[in-house]
Each structure stands twice: as C-alpha cells, then as structure tokens.
Design a protein around this ligand. Structure first.
Ligand code: FES
Length: 183
C-alpha cells in the first residue's frame, strides 16, 4: 500500500483509503487511552515518515475478552483480539493437517488469549470484517473478507475462500503483562 497516496488500489481501481482501512490507533503509544463503547482508538494521523519507522505499543488492559481493536503499524492495520475461551478452544481443536496453510494455534500466538495479526486479506489485500460488533466473522468465527469471500478462523488462519495464506502475524513482543510492542 502506498504511503504517499490517499487512495488504495483494489482490483485495479483506485478507491479512497479510508473506505477500506479502519485504523484504530496511532503508531506510537496508546498506553492509557480510555476505550469507549467499542474499543476503537482514533487515529492521530502520524506523518508518513513516522509511520515508516514506528513500532506500535499497545496497552492490552482495556480490551475485554471477546473484543478486538485495530491499531496501525507501519501503515498497516493490525488486529488485536482478546480471545474468549471458546475461541481459543476452536483454534486449538482444529486439525492442522486439514488446513490450506497449516499452522498450529500455538505457533501463531505468544499468549493464548491474545491474537495479533495483520488485518490484510492474503488474497488481494482487502481489510476483512469482524472487528466491529455486528460485523460478519465468517463461518469460522474469525474474520470474513467480503471482497471475494475468504473466511478466517479464530487463529486468523484461512479456512474457506480464495485467500492462499493465513493472516500474517507481525513481529511483536510482550514488554510486560499487559503491553505489547509491535515491530
Ligand atoms: S481480497 Fe479477495 S477475498 Fe479478500
């Protein structure tokens, strides 16, 4: 995705970036931000050069079980989901050998409740739905990409539709029990 443009190319068409990217956070420091009804954090629109260098620190403590937030890391949306016990169970009980892009749940998370994935469909780059309450999460309770119908599970793995790969897990680390640093 081009940083300098306000548009994004989807299937060869230029469309406003804001129509596709629901950015939830800023590139630097969201610690202490109070979350409202749904924990979306407004973008502070950091400059492109800041984005290119940034790591993104995320305070996990306000995110309730079952909720997700979207943060921005190096210009990309990153989904941070606080998984429920059932979502973890679903992810772990899946037969890995049956998957298109075989990956065990524990290879995709550092702590079971927290799934952190880049929110860009691996088919043609749309932003999957499933972050906001009421949005479709697909047949596997993760995310659904409406562009061509890709379904991702509660570990962000592709389960149905044309996408070839799981949602990417970005580099990140826990800096303490409730804070991660992406990048
Ligand atoms: S971009 Fe085609 S299914 Fe997501």
């Amino acid at each position: 995705m081009a940083e300098a443009e306000d548009n994004i190319s989807i299937l060869g068409k230029e469309v406003p970036r804001r129509d596709f990217l629901i950015y939830g956070s800023t590139a630097l420091g969201v610690a202490g931000v109070a979350l409202t009804a749904w924990p979306f954090i407004d973008s502070m629109n950091p400059a492109a050069d800041t984005l290119a260098l940034a790591t993104t620190e995320v305070d996990l403590s306000p995110i309730q079980e079952g909720q997700s937030i979207t943060v921005k890391w190096q210009g990309k949306p990153v989904f941070v989901r606080h998984r429920t016990d059932r979502e973890i169970e679903l992810a772990k009980e899946t037969d890995v050998k049956s998957l298109r892009d075989p990956q065990a749940d524990d290879a995709r998370v550092q702590q079971e409740p927290w799934l952190i994935v880049v929110g860009i469909c691996t088919h043609l780059g749309c932003i999957p739905l499933g972050q906001k309450p009421g949005e479709p999460r697909g047949d596997y309770s993760g995310w659904f990409c409406p562009c061509h119908g890709s379904h991702y599970d509660t570990a962000g793995r592709i389960r149905k539709g044309p996408a070839p790969l799981n949602l990417a897990v970005p580099p990140y680390k826990f800096v303490d029990d409730t804070t991660i640093l992406i990048g």
